[in-house]
Design a protein around this ligand. Sequence first.
Ligand SMILES: C[S@@+](CC[C@H](N)C(=O)[O-])C[C@H]1O[C@@H](n2cnc3c(N)ncnc32)[C@H](O)[C@@H]1O
Length: 383
Amino acid sequence: MSTGVFEPPAAGRSANGSASPAAPVPTAAAEPTTAPTSADLVGPPTPPMTPDHLMRLGLGFTAAKVLLGAVEVGVFTELSARGPLDAGALGSALGLHARSARDFFDTLVALDLLDRADGRYVNTPTTEYFLDRDKPTYIGDALTMLDARLYGFWANLTEALRTGSPQNEAAAGGDPYAGIYADPARRALFQRAMGQLSRPSIEALADRFGWEGYGSVADIGAGDGALVCHLAKRHPHLTGAAFDLPEAAAAVDAYVRAAGLRDRIRFWPGDFHDPAQALPSADVLVLGHVLHDWDLAAKRALLAKAWAALPVGGALVAFEAFPDDERRANPIALLLGLNVLIETPAGAACTIAQCRELVAEAGFRHIRAEPLAGPESMVIGVK
Ligand SMILES: C[S@@+](CC[C@H](N)C(=O)[O-])C[C@H]1O[C@@H](n2cnc3c(N)ncnc32)[C@H](O)[C@@H]1O
């Protein structure tokens, strides 16, 4: 996968990271007559090296903050409603200082987040679609959550690397979700953000799984209920359950009500770590962005519960940004693996192969893995 920030491997290494074919061995005639210096032994870099890749990554936080700041002050929503606007009109509509406005908007143009013609700014098709707060396709809450929570926590990355301890609301110990859910506003933002971050994979899952062969679905760790609601809308024969901690009730109920699905989708409160708590029974059980939060024993316990809750012939679908088996080709998945270090006491991302193995260990058969959206993929097993 290639993004604007994550560059291809540096010259001299192939795409899978192995060294390029060896340089030709110098012939006797070409050998130096004086003792080689260390520069002779290393040889000249080919092609000439530049620090561009390093600087682009090192400065990556500035671009991230420009995007996150633009969402916070409402650039894209304002332009969607009133654009095209020049720097003066857009800056004063957003309450920006005259000194900052033009540089800020032109940076957004250079980052391909705005377009400009005759000194007036408009959204790009992507920002118009995803970052206008008034559209149902808005994903700005996901970016707001990254800004409000993760940006600050990642300042302590090296602390997490040294100690192995979370740097978020769970830094003082305890369940990571207890910390997030203690504050209703933080909980609501987190749940909306998860639904928006998951939307591309939810849409892919709705299209790429054989739902016509199943009558019911239960989403385990359902967040705001976006997945079951989307599946039920898309496949009108499906009924569903959204299983999550009791604190998720209000968000799920609101989503189900807004989707007009109260007759087909129900919220199912529970704690999936409680040994006495069975998971809801359904033809398909989904674990979306759940396995990576927990250690190996908890992953195994969850998969065992999923097995127990499914009928024979039922299917398990586990999806998240699983790193590729070589752990080098999917940088976003590996970064999200580090995010699990920051966010949880013992979570760890598993590769697609490791997930397949865990799913097989739990008793599932006919296991397959398929890509979903962006860096994400799903592992499917049948009971
Ligand atoms: C990372 S979020 C994923 C949400 C959703 N599946 C998605 O992909 O957008 C993990 C979810 O697991 C839920 N969860 C965490 N601990 C839980 C527990 N002990 N029992 C039930 N749900 C839990 C959280 O409330 C949260 O909604």
